[in-house]
Design a protein around this ligand. Sequence first.
Ligand SMILES: Cc1ncc(COP(=O)(O)O)c(C=O)c1O
Length: 391
Amino acid sequence: MIATKLMIPGPVELDDEVLLAMARPVMGHRTPEFEEVLEECWRLLGMVYRTKNEVAIITGSGTAAMEAAVASVVEPGTRVLSIGGGKFGERLGEIARCFGAEVSRLEVEWGGTFSAEEVDEALSESGAEVVTLTHNETSTGVVHDAGEVGRLAREHGALFIADAITSVGGDVVETDAWGIDLCITGSQKCLAAPPGLGFVAVSERAWERMQEVRNRHAFYLDLLRYRKALRKRTTPFTPSVSLIYGLHAALKRIERETLEARIRRHRALAEATRRAAEAMNLELLPEREHASNTVTAIRIPEGLSDADVRGRLKEEYGILVAGGQEKLKGRIFRIGHMGEVRAGELLSLLACLEQVLRCSGHGVKPGAGTEAAREVLEAELGESLRACGGG
Ligand SMILES: Cc1ncc(COP(=O)(O)O)c(C=O)c1O
């Protein structure tokens, strides 16, 4: 069977409103009509980012936005502290190295997190001018304390780059209050917009630093070009007009749902998933207190393989969940409950998961997972599970 239901941590399924918006005729990108759409996107991005900072819209996936953020403030010899702990956190350090930075690593166990003391010490030892962190580490299902890193970065006079690609629009991200100088996100995750757009919210401090960088090695991804265009209320290069229509429709949906209700829905879905996993005798990869609210990483039980879980979900029920990456390949599976996912969809997935586990020989009491999840969803979102975010 071809998987038709996406329950992966992006790209996520798009609402018809978003799909239809992308079918509109393409318009000139330097016209007042298009500039009106862009203006609305910037206003709504400020709302989801919780920022007054300007937001650069980049045509490219999330990694393009990561590269733009790093390349714009780093030059050969810049001291960067890269906080690791998963595939994406490590990627920021790799990008910095590509641009000649002297990168120190704060190694974090995959599935674990760090303490404030460790960050403080690493910042002192490295004398870092820039610190990088992936807020919600999608590869391990861990949400890190970005607020604490932001506070410590300020204390040490370092610029803070945060990859919030799988948290903006789905969990609490306080770009301004946490002091994130370059806050990165992507379109195809919690925003539930089409894949292909990346965003960076840039603080005044970061703009200032960019002007001091002498050895500039980026062109398309040099954020100073975006700043110049932003001040003329446009984009530096031809934007992907159709994707921006889709983004606009997706952001309007968030505004209607309200960011607060959307975060509440994501948190309820995450808690329901964790409770269901426990009720099905499954083990979460991270400790509960720093488990992500947008993606849940679960260990594949002893004696079962990736094919027994993910393979069967796809073949027998047409549902796609994500596998482990790199060192976690074949050891975990990851359920994405971000974007437009509703209570009913999560309950269906959990019922199918329970069935494939039972058929593969894992001991589960029938109905245990869905019942545990239903209890959470009902308590958090009200008696009618349709109230889970509305339509
Ligand atoms: C936390 C995080 N950072 C970065 C990326 C890379 O984004 P993209 O694949 O859009 O380039 C992803 C993608 O899954 C991600 O989850």
